[in-house]
Design a protein around this ligand. Structure first.
Ligand code: NAD
Length: 509
């Protein structure tokens, strides 16, 4: 089977790539497993050095990959730089600088007096082969946010890019193929759901899935059968709370960008706006300006909004607008489908939580605005969602903003900004509820790539422990003394018990 890749803007065929035969996936995973042994053994310094070369190669070819992302995904070239290349380099630099420190073995101090002489420590072991399944909306940043820490931690990787952006996937493959050390350590497989399923069913050691909640559920069920550890980064329905003292000019610009960047096809995009009734009308007035000035792709080099990437997305946007209007929403701006997969950016008001546009992820250029009477109502509506990825609060009173932020149930809350934390590698990204279970970026994103292995070493090689067999009268007495000594409240009794247990501690049984 062949994957054909089209530009959503021009509908031109950009290229094609042969699919991986699903029956071959297991063999690729086996090769990756064999290659992982050496990759782990060479140590973190060599792995970091190798990834530094890849990082520099990416930097020197940034224009080439930014153009390919723009062609294949549709987003403007400038946005490909700001939302894919810069954040990816940030991921590189963050993990290249921090991983050694984070993955250093950690001493564990044991306080239990009978074990105080033992040495204990934790080492962070790579899982082995890590499978990474990615979507099309950020085809470079999303997989790289997982590939880079996976490799630095000593895993090998089998990566399946989206069938809608296979050319960016292939570009990533070539980038890593320039390294001899990474041969068979980094692998790419191409195809649709069936190929992804083969990866889930293969002998990988951990799976990272980024994509829709529906597919996340299917994967979760399949993985459960063999207790495959999985990390799920799924959909969102992010709320934004505009409090009555917010700077409305700035907030309007923030909403326009937060809802419409990448034409709204962003997991952490602004999908629900709750605005205080005292500033509701003024905010809408201020929002229409920046939204109406946005340029949809029309063949020229500079534009703000692309066509939607897939027909499925276009159908969903249409359905959400129609459903909202049928249930009483007003279209304040836009609302028209210009051609098959091009929509005008659309502002909806008078929306409610019976409408699809407030319940399900839209993933398109819609700004849905609901009036609220106070902060508590805004918080209540923000939390009335099956999703919990990200949120934002807009106010001039930062300490009040923090109070409101604490009451919102989601993986992150930004105050007076939105989305941008995805581009800072120190920030941890991930959701709760139907938005998923895993974490990417930050220290947590690296720790997802390893498991903690505990070591404990006893140098009292002559000592038979008093809690070993047999359980005679003496052993029972010793247990009672030990219990009193360890956990009693009476200092005198503890002391006496300590003296009684001392011979057993030193001589053993
Ligand atoms: P999708 O779920 O349709 O596909 C994602 C990937 O899964 C693709 O590579 C696809 O081929 C593969 N796949 C599909 N069915 C599969 C199966 N049964 N088994 C294994 N693999 C399978 O998602 P999409 O349309 O590509 O991406 C959009 C979705 O991704 C949105 O819901 C968005 O919110 C979400 N997303 C989440 C994050 C996050 O960090 N939380 C980031 C980006 C996108």
């Amino acid at each position: 089977m062949i994957l054909k890749s089209f530009s959503p803007n021009t509908i031109k065929l950009l290229g094609q790539i042969g699919c991986t035969d699903p029956t071959e996936v297991e063999a690729i995973v086996k090769t990756a497993k064999d290659a992982q042994v050496h990759w782990q053994e060479i140590g973190i310094n060599k792995r970091i050095n190798e990834l530094k070369i890849i990082r520099d190669n990416l930097f020197s070819k940034y224009a080439e990959i930014a153009q390919l992302i723009s062609d294949e995904n549709g987003k403007p070239f400038a946005e490909a730089i700001s939302s894919e290349i810069i954040p990816t380099l940030s991921v590189f630099d963050y993990y290249l600088a921090k991983s050694k420190k984070y993955l250093r073995p950690q001493k564990v101090r044991i306080k239990l007096p009978v074990m105080i002489h033992k040495k204990s420590w934790i080492e962070f072991e790579p899982w082995g082969v890590v499978g990474i399944i990615s979507p099309w909306n950020y085809p470079l940043l999303l997989p790289m946010g997982q590939i880079i820490p996976a490799l630095i931690a000593g895993n090998s990787v089998v990566f399946k890019p989206s069938e809608f952006t296979p050319l960016v996937g292939s570009w990533i493959e070539k980038l890593f193929n320039e390294s001899n050390l990474l041969k068979n350590v980094f692998n790419v497989i191409y195809g649709e759901a069936q190929v992804g399923q083969s990866l889930v069913n293969s002998k990988i050691d951990k799976l990272f899935f980024t994509g829709s909640t529906n597919v996340g559920k299917i994967i979760s069920k399949n993985a459960a059968d063999k207790l495959l550890p999985i990390s799920l980064e799924l959909g969102g329905k992010d709320p934004i709370l505009v409090l009555k003292d917010a700077d409305l000019d700035r907030t309007a610009q923030g909403i326009a960008w937060g809802a419409l960047t990448n034409s709204g096809q962003t997991c952490v995009s602004v999908e629900r706006v709750y605005v205080h009734e005292s500033v509701h009308d003024e905010l809408i007035h201020k929002l229409i300006g920046p939204v109406s000035r946005l340029k949809l792709y029309n063949g020229s080099e500079y534009y703000d909004l692309s066509a939607l990437k897939t027909e499925q997305q276009a159908n969903k946007v249409k359905e959400h607008i129609q459903d909202a209007v049928r249930k009483g929403a007003k279209i304040i701006f836009g609302g028209r489908q210009i051609d098959e997969n091009k929509f005008e950016p659309t502002i909806l008001t008078d929306v409610n939580h019976d409408m699809l546009v407030m319940k399900e992820e839209t993933f398109g250029p819609i700004i849905a605005i609901k009036k609220v009477s106070d902060d508590n109502e805004a918080i209540k509506f923000a939390n009335d969602s099956d999703y919990g990825l990200s949120a934002s609060v807009w106010t001039k009173d930062i300490s009040h903003g923090r109070e409101v932020a604490r009451k919102i149930k989601s993986g992150s809350v930004l105050i007076n900004d939105c989305i941008s934390y995805f581009g800072t590698s120190e920030a941890v990204v991930g959701g709760i509820k139907l938005s998923g279970t895993g974490r990417v970026h930050g220290r947590s994103g690296l720790m997802e790539m390893v498991y903690e292995k505990y070591y404990n070493s006893d140098s009292f090689t002559w000592q038979k422990k008093f809690w070993w067999f047999p359980y005679g009268n003496k052993a029972t007495e010793n247990m009672k003394f030990a219990l009193t000594f360890l956990y009693g409240r009476n200092v005198f009794k503890r002391l006496m018990a300590g003296i009684k247990i001392l011979p057993a501690l030193f001589k053993g049984k």
